[in-house]
Ligand binder design. Sequence first.
Ligand SMILES: Cc1ncc(COP(=O)(O)O)c(C=O)c1O
Length: 412
Amino acid sequence: MTPTTRQECAALDAADPLAPMREQFVLPEGVIYLDGNSLGALPRTAPARVADLVEREWGQGLVRSWNDAGWWDKPRTLGAAIAPLVGAGTDEVVVGDGTSANLFKTVVAALRMSERDVVLGEAGNFPTDLYVTEGAAGLTGATQRRVDPDGPELAAELARGDVAVLLLSHVDYRTGVLRDMAGTTRLAHEHGALVVWDLCHSAGAVPVDLSGSGADFAVGCTYKYLNAGPGAPAFLYAARRHHARADQPLSGWHGHARPFDFAPGYEPAPGVSRFLSGSQPLVADAALEASLEVWSGADLEQVRTKSLALTDLFLSRAAEAGLGSLTPSEHDRRGSQVSLVEPEEGAGYAIVQALIARGVIGDFRAPDVMRFGFTPLYLSYTEVFDAGQALVEVVREGEWRQERFRARSQVT
Ligand SMILES: Cc1ncc(COP(=O)(O)O)c(C=O)c1O
């Protein structure tokens, strides 16, 4: 039952098994943070971990830290820590580079593994996914097509029998729609296509089972629900069965079988390490390490249960405010965000700005989507109730109509 009063929310907070985890994050006073789907909050131990890397490992250890502090193996040790969060084997995930670069590597590697030459993307996917498939197609001579992944056209496109690679987002960044990873992967495989999953909005937001779904490749960022900080490195998953054949285009020395032979020719490493390219941002890795320590104490089923309860609660308040929702009401089709629309020209952006002025931080995605992310590790039911109350007031009282809420910033 969705709570309808603040008292009911307070009772849910008192009984919430995840409530103590909030202490592990730094959150400013007076802010209700509903934008962890864009940039997660700061883990309390991250500043000390970063300082330790800088002062001790770099300052004192100097170049010796490549061995002594495990710097060289960081992509693999961090990958192994992410693996259980996405249902992967510890030898199937590496951390390094950014999401866009890793999408490029996996899409090209998958294209090179196939006799076919069509890369099927998702109409309306996050722009980087669209641009990467365009670039990957240009590089390999493949053709790209796009499809609505939530309609019958996907099956029809795959049935044409020419698709080498399908690239899909597990959770849609704009609407929050959650896709059936196992079912779609099975369908793609039945039609001879490989699948690359973009997990940016699902890693740390919903339980993910890459191995159980038979996924081929996946890429995700760590700065959203995984809370590793702005610009933190991404992770890349390659199913073990593909390691020997995967030929990624950014062949660099960190992906070499014997990097310290300094051989003139490239020979890829035997495992998932072949997807690495060059030296990694170790200072940023330290923040990710701190954040993954928090995650090691979290139960993803509890996270999912609370995420659905929080999004139900906010959806019910949004309905009171008279706003339309792009986010499905069905639990099995919903990620951990709520996307709302108000048809009047310019209203969506202004409503988000009016909420931010009240300390309720969400974001806006063109052309008209108000996005609110729900991170069960550090959000309470009472906060979500209060955020909903602010939304109702901002909309009902027309507070958003003030001119100051219309000025567009560079980042929306
Ligand atoms: C679905 C999706 N893919 C990729 C990205 C970002 O890629 P990068 O980390 O390379 O900026 C985002 C960022 O919001 C995203 O939502």
